[in-house]
Ligand binder design. Structure first.
Ligand code: SF4
Length: 156
């Protein structure tokens, strides 16, 4: 359960902080459901090596670790081996759209990677490929008009 708290909510590696976060996050009268949900999340998706995409974790849109690409946790101090930059960039796209709302490709790109250049290696083509994956997973929506391509989070 600690993995989930730490990764999903960015809770520091500290017993008092965990306890305080748990108290704050627990919905009134729903502690059993909440605890079961977190245990399920930990068991199905958020283990030592998290299976964010393959397990289709429902928390991806809000998850701190998924956004930053840092999947270390108190009992997993080393970054899990499988972690790749593509996953990190996927998380950044979701986090950026969450923070800024709908953006065109060229407004989104530089916020996702500093070396974004519209016609470069990491430009529109690279970004559209990433967005296609996210759209297939139901996380973002891409709308094309004659004048621009607008990206946004998928409606819930
Ligand atoms: S998105 Fe990944 S890291 Fe975040 S809670 Fe889900 S499985 Fe864990």
């Amino acid at each position: 359960m600690d993995f989930s708290y730490h990764r999903a909510f960015d809770v520091p590696d500290d017993d008092a902080a965990f306890e305080s976060a748990a108290t704050r996050l627990l919905p009134d009268g729903e502690s059993r459901v909440w605890n079961n949900a977190l245990m399920e999340l930990g068991g199905v998706a958020c283990e030592g090596t998290p299976a964010c995409d393959t397990a289709e974790c429902p928390w991806r849109r809000w998850c701190h670790a998924y956004e930053t690409g840092d999947f270390t946790a108190p009992d997993v101090p080393e970054q899990p081996d499988f972690e790749g930059s593509r996953r990190q960039f996927r998380g950044r796209v979701v986090g950026t759209l969450q923070q800024h709302g709908p953006l065109t490709l060229d407004d989104l790109g530089p916020r996702v990677r500093v070396d974004y250049a519209p016609d470069g290696t990491y430009g529109r083509e690279w970004l559209r490929d990433l967005l296609e994956d996210l759209e297939a997973d139901g996380l973002v929506a891409v709308e094309e008009t004659d004048e621009s391509v607008v990206t946004k989070l998928s409606p819930e």
